[in-house]
Ligand binder design. Structure first.
Ligand code: EPU
Length: 366
């Protein structure tokens, strides 16, 4: 299947609810269709025009849950509709404790992967349940929650190399993974590689990540020791998935109800020469040690301290239960979200001396 739409509405393709258009929207579900799209004269010439302006030749989107189009997009937007999860190998270690490699097509909804794994007794993705978006984008963004990042589960990322017109496989180590970071987020590789599928490494062995306090609380096992948990059959994989879903539903707005793109900002990682004086000033400041010299500070906490929690600027707002999330209160224009974003960045810098950065992709439009 391939479908090329000129002057395409992007409203169904972004969870922020921005009513903008793309000069071209091209959707495909096989590599052959993708190749045909890239050589289609209309698409190819528009890609050349954008490259000539020093822009990316195309923007590849997933389900549009981590981006903000700041206006009508003058170039080519690509979207992969291929869905599917296949077990490619079971590598037995101890009886049924083996590693299982899954091949997931780029257009598969990430939470469908989590549901599939929970249903088939495959450990690994459960803490990442209910994160919106598709497999390809999840691997590019290195999505993470509750102590797990998808890079922990990635064996290989299979791409289409637009330059050589060949498949290219990146091992997890070659992906340049970091906190919400990968090589495919940077212009050179973003313009060249399109994720077509991902090989995930999941486990039949019972291994849960319950370090994030909220998960234990949601499961009602705050006071159960690690030793007791290790020798118990409870909680089950499905119970952990359900607890994560409850936590997310309690804190994060459903994009089907209120337009948003999840965490709008990254949590800044700062040098201890910045962190320690702040901790002296704000002894209750939540923080996570990254290494001996670096500490991560929750941007949501800083935004709340600046008085933004639940406040609006025009039709853009800060979600009342989680300040890291900007929301569209209804009919907001991209510039209203951008104005709120910039105002918050400036306010946080004034109060804490730290310049926070957007986590969502701001895609420049006209
Ligand atoms: N906090 C506040 N006020 C707020 C928000 C948070 O004081 O308005 C405090 C919380 O009380 C807590 C700390 O900040 O002490 C951290 O909050 P939370 O656990 O909600 O996580 P986060 O750092 O705000 C990150 C991810 C989320 C992920 C959670 C849980 C980023 C950019 N965001 O948020 O990911 O679900 O941790 O692991 O790293 C997403 O990327 O879209 C996303 C939701």
């Amino acid at each position: 299947m391939k479908k090329i739409t000129i002057d395409a509405p992007l409203l169904p393709h972004n969870t922020f609810g921005m009513d903008v258009k793309a000069a071209v929207l091209a959707e495909y579900d096989t590599v052959n269709d993708l190749q045909e799209i890239l050589t289609d004269p209309t698409v190819a010439s528009l890609m050349q025009v954008e490259k000539g302006k020093g822009h990316l030749p195309f923007w590849h989107i997933g389900s549009g849950s981590n981006l903000l189009f700041t206006g009508d997009y003058p170039g080519v937007v690509l979207h992969c509709s291929a869905k599917g999860i296949d077990t490619i190998t079971n590598i037995p270690s101890n009886d049924s404790d083996g590693v299982c490699l899954l091949k997931v097509e780029a257009g598969t909804l990430w939470d469908d992967v989590c549901a599939y794994c929970a249903c088939h007794g495959l450990y690994g993705p459960e803490n990442l349940s209910l994160i919106p978006g598709e497999m390809g984008a999840a691997a590019v963004q290195n999505i993470g929650a509750y102590g797990v990042e998808i890079s922990d589960l990635i064996e290989e990322v299979i791409c289409w190399d637009v330059e050589s017109a060949q498949e290219h496989r990146f091992s997890s180590g070659e992906m340049g993974y970091g906190y919400r970071e990968s090589r495919l987020k940077h212009p050179t590789d973003k313009a060249r590689f399109i994720v077509t599928s991902v090989i995930l490494r999941v486990q039949r062995a019972r291994k849960l990540h319950l370090e994030y306090a909220g998960i234990k609380r949601a499961l009602g096992i705050d006071n159960v020791s690690e030793a007791e948990l290790a020798s118990s059959e409870s909680p089950t994989l499905q119970e952990v998935r359900e607890a994560v879903i409850r936590i997310r539903e309690g804190k994060l707005p459903d994009p089907k109800v209120i337009g948003n793109a999840g965490s709008f900002f990254k949590n800044p990682v700062v040098d201890n020469s910045v962190f320690l004086p702040l901790l002296a000033q704000y002894p209750d400041m939540p923080h996570y040690v990254v290494d001996h010299n670096l500490t991560k500070i929750p941007a949501g906490w800083m935004i709340e301290q600046c008085g933004w929690k639940g406040r609006n600027l025009g039709r853009a707002g800060v979600y009342e239960k989680q300040s890291l999330v900007l929301v569209n209160r209804g009919g907001a224009m991209p510039e209203e979200i951008v104005r709120l974003c910039q105002t918050i960045i400036d306010d946080v810098e004034k109060k804490f001396g730290i310049r926070i950065e957007p986590e969502v992709n701001l895609i420049e439009g006209l």
